[in-house]
Structures are given as C-alpha cells and as structure tokens.
Design a binder for this molecule. Structure first.
Ligand SMILES: [Zn+2]
Length: 175
C-alpha cells in the first residue's frame, strides 16, 4: 500500500496518514496536494491520483519533547558555534555565556545561555549586549525535538519527493 506524508503548513513532516484519513483531509479541503503516486482513485466520480505528500492549509502547533536545561543541550543546540563570532569550537574551547549575566540576575535557561568562545565571553564579561556593543548571531530558542520520529518506521514504497523533507527533518532533529 502506498503511503501519504502529511506536512505542516511550513513543510515540516508531521506523520504518515492512513488511507481513510487522507480522504477525510481531502474532503474537508484542509490540505493541498504536493505530489502524487501513479495509482488512481475516484473522488465524487472524478479520477484522481493518490497523494504521496499533502500539506496542511493552516499551521498546527507541534508537540515538542521537553528538554531539561543543561550545558550540553545548549552546546547541541548551538552546534558548538560561538554565538557572537561564529567560530566553530572544539569541545575544550567551549564556554557558556549568560546573555544577562548571572551577577545581574540572569538565569540558567535556554533563552539566556549561549555557546561562546573564550575571547567573546571575556569581552562580554558581566555586561549586557548593548553595553558590550556585541550582537548574537541568532536569538537563542528552546531546542526543538519532536515527540515522535516520523520516519522511524520502515517504509516499503518510498516516494522520491520525500527525500527533501527527510533531509530537512534530519537537520532539525539531529542530536
Ligand atoms: Zn567568539
């Protein structure tokens, strides 16, 4: 049996749908068809190709696995890159900078902690970003991890249109 991949409105893969759910989504006009299989089916007497990829017309919030704050999770999120100068750091060169310094009430949280190299961490010292005249490469966010791996099941017939989503999915979810 051919399967159908459901994408969120932002093209993130959500799940594979059983056939009856595919028809329900189509009937309710909740999805657009991104790609199709060669197999046909009939809907309201009209011959259609069976969808391989569907995209939701409206964005739904995903359930993320909660990640407990730790230095390691910050390093994973920032991929070991200094969030000020963009340098890739070897593990023994990594420090964690508190955006609002601890001495000024900054907390240990994903929103307040970033990977920094020694130089940048020293330069920032116990200053705020503005005071130090420094900028972050990106806004620190809560690490995204899906509750369920969409692609963890073995899939018999693979549609080549899925490669792109699969690659993107791996990037978002890598450890
Ligand atoms: Zn740096």
């Amino acid at each position: 049996m051919k399967r159908t991949l459901l994408l969120n409105n932002d093209y993130d893969p959500l799940t594979f749908l059983a056939e009856r759910r595919v028809f329900r989504f189509l009937a309710k006009d909740k999805v657009e068809i991104i790609s199709v299989w060669d197999d046909h089916f009939y809907m309201n007497g009209v011959e259609c190709k069976f969808p391989a990829t569907l995209r939701l017309k409206t964005y739904i919030r995903k359930n993320y696995r909660s990640v407990i704050f730790s230095k390691n999770e910050v390093i994973k999120r920032d991929k070991g890159i200094c969030q000020f100068c963009g340098k890739h750091l070897s593990p023994n060169k990594i420090t964690i900078d508190h955006i609002i310094p601890k001495s000024r009430g900054g907390e240990n949280s994903f929103y307040n902690c970033v990977v920094a190299c020694f130089e940048c961490n020293n330069k920032k010292n116990n200053l705020l970003l503005d005071e130090a005249g420094m900028k972050l490469l990106r806004k620190p966010e809560y690490p995204k991890k899906y509750i369920r791996n969409v692609f963890e099941d073995k899939i018999k017939s693979w549609h080549e249109d899925w490669n792109w989503y699969y690659d993107r999915y791996k990037i978002v979810n890598q450890d």
